[in-house]
Design a binder for this molecule. Structure first.
Ligand code: BG6
Ligand code: MG
Length: 211
């Protein structure tokens, strides 16, 4: 019943969510801000500056725009070091099988990641050519939970939002899919992704015919 499937990248296709966690944790603690997995959950799907603002909100001091930019750059440099050795072995179980199943079913395939490192990660994973369209995060004005990135993917794929299935691991991402008017497949836990239409544990359970 769908005409396109639009995937998130981090935490859905590959576990870069863990690398983002490590890089943000180091940055937060360098500023005296406590950082744990529960807090990191709020950052999933949130763009770089948005994430930094959420972290620095718990800091005892205030930051100039220049200081913020320097901190965001430092986090990104650390993150890029962490992803430098990634390869196809970093694909999450079921990811390639899911992409291939969507292709075999004749649907269009998009990627909607707010990460400015998404093209690099796709290259490292060796799956760039599996997508009909990848949104360039640099062209997006409003990050998730705003629907902009999913709506842009649908438009570029030539498919109406109502005919799209969106796949997300983040609360903000699921919210973006729902406000775009799409069907939301959550990857994770139903207690966390309460807005999703269906939640599965990983793409290993992906079954296009079931949604
Ligand atoms: C999202 C991640 O995909 O990309 C976030 O879920 C991350 O954790 C965001 O902050 C932005 O990534 P980048 O690579 O542009 O800093
Ligand atoms: Mg994600």
């Amino acid at each position: 019943r769908f005409k396109a499937v639009i995937f998130d990248l981090d935490g859905v296709i590959t576990d870069t969510a863990h690398y983002h966690y490590l890089a943000w944790k180091q940055l937060a603690e360098s500023q005296g801000v406590h950082f744990d997995h529960a807090f990191n959950e709020n950052l999933k799907g949130i763009d770089r500056m948005g994430s930094l603002d959420l972290i620095l909100a718990s800091s005892s001091r205030s930051y100039t725009p220049e200081e913020k930019l320097a901190l965001a750059d430092a986090k990104n440099l650390h993150y890029q070091q962490l992803i430098a050795t990634m390869s196809s072995k970093d694909l999450l179980p079921g990811a390639v099988e899911a992409l291939d199943a969507v292709r075999r079913a004749g649907l269009r395939i998009g990627l909607a990641s707010v990460s400015k490192n998404a093209f690099t990660v796709l290259e490292r994973l060796g799956i760039t050519d599996k997508f009909d369209y990848v949104v360039d995060a640099a062209t997006i004005a409003r990050g998730k939970p705003d629907p902009e990135i999913f709506l842009k993917a649908a438009r570029e794929l030539g498919v109406a939002p109502a005919d799209c299935l969106g796949v997300e691991d983040a609360v903000a991402g699921v919210a973006a899919i729902k406000s775009a008017g799409m069907f939301a497949l959550g990857i994770g836990h139903p207690f966390v992704l309460t807005e999703a239409d269906v939640v599965i544990t990983s793409l290993k359970e992906f079954n296009l015919a079931a949604y």
